[in-house]
Design a protein around this ligand. Structure first.
Ligand SMILES: [Zn+2]
Length: 258
C-alpha cells in the first residue's frame, strides 16, 4: 500500500509540473481545438446566415443607420486584421472565412456575429462604453469565436434532440423553430451557457495571441456586467465569466508575451 501511495503521489507531482510547464509551451503552438462532428453542412449554415445578414443590413441601410462612422469602421478593421491572423494560426481552415464588418448607429445590437464571419457592431455602444482598443479587441474576438467554433451549427446539431422528429429535420427548419420556441431555448440553456464561456475562452486566446493586453478582458467583462437580469439561465452569470477570465489570465499573459 505504501508503494502505491508513493507512486500516486509521484504521478500527481509529475502532472502538476506538466501543468506549470504547459503555458510556457503554449505560445509556440496552437492551443485551441475544435470539434468536427457537427451535423449539417457549413455551406447551408452559411447560406442562411448570408440571407439574414443581407436582410438586416438592408433594413439598417434603408433607415440610414448603416456605416455612418468611418473612423469607427477603420478602428474596428485594424483590430479585426490582427485577430484574423491569430484566428488563422489557431484554426488554419479559418483563412477561408471572408470576414465582413459593418457598424450600425441607433441600432439594438451591441456586437454580434453571424455564421460565416458576418459581424455587426454598434458604434453608439462602443462610444458609450468608452472601450479601449484592447477591450474592443476582446469584445470582437468573443464574437469571432462564435464563428470559428461554428456555434450556430453546433446549437442546431444539439437542438435535434430537443425538437420533435429532430433527427429527420433540415437545418433551416430547425432554425425557424428555434427562433420561435422559447421553451426549447430555455431547456437548452446549459448549452448556451457553455457556448458563451467557450467564446470567452477562444476569444481570449485570439486576443492574447494577437498581442492585446490580457487584463483588458477583465475590464471588458466589468463594463459588460448585466447584473444577471432576465437571462433565464441561457447566459453565464457575470461572476462565472469573471471567474473563468481570471483563471485564464496567466496563460493569456504568456501568449501575449507580457
Ligand atoms: Zn457570445
Amino acid at each position: 500500500l505504501g508503494t502505491v501511495l508513493a507512486n500516486a503521489h509521484g504521478m500527481k507531482r509529475f502532472l502538476t509540473a506538466l501543468l506549470l510547464i504547459a503555458p510556457a509551451l503554449a505560445s509556440a503552438q496552437p492551443v485551441l481545438e475544435f470539434r468536427n462532428d457537427l451535423a449539417f453542412s457549413s455551406s447551408e449554415i452559411d447560406a442562411l446566415a448570408a440571407r439574414e445578414y443581407a436582410a438586416r443590413l438592408g433594413a439598417l441601410a434603408r433607415s440610414g443607420q448603416l456605416d455612418r462612422d468611418p473612423a469607427m469602421e477603420s478602428r474596428l478593421n485594424r483590430i479585426l486584421l490582427r485577430l484574423r491572423r491569430a484566428a488563422a494560426y489557431e484554426r488554419p481552415s479559418s483563412e477561408r472565412i471572408v470576414w465582413e464588418m459593418h457598424v450600425c448607429s441607433g441600432c439594438d445590437e451591441s456586437a454580434s456575429a453571424m455564421a460565416g464571419g458576418r459581424l455587426l457592431v454598434s458604434g453608439d455602444f462602443v462610444h458609450a462604453q468608452a472601450f479601449s482598443d484592447d477591450e474592443l479587441a476582446y469584445l470582437l474576438a468573443h464574437e469571432m469565436a462564435h464563428v470559428l467554433a461554428e456555434h450556430t451549427r453546433e446549437f442546431s446539431t444539439i437542438a435535434r434532440f430537443f425538437l420533435g422528429n429532430g433527427l429527420a429535420r433540415g437545418y433551416d427548419d430547425i432554425q425557424e423553430e428555434l427562433a420561435e420556441d422559447l421553451p426549447v431555448n430555455l431547456r437548452m440553456g446549459p448549452d448556451s451557457v457553455q457556448q458563451e464561456l467557450e467564446a470567452d475562452y477562444i476569444g481570449f486566446v485570439l486576443g492574447a495571441r494577437a498581442g492585446f493586453a490580457p487584463d483588458a478582458m477583465l475590464s471588458l467583462l466589468d463594463k459588460l456586467k448585466t447584473g444577471d437580469r432576465s437571462l433565464f439561465g441561457t447566459h453565464p452569470t457575470d461572476a462565472e465569466r469573471a471567474q473563468h477570465a481570471r483563471a485564464m489570465l496567466e496563460m493569456g499573459r504568456r501568449l501575449a508575451g507580457r
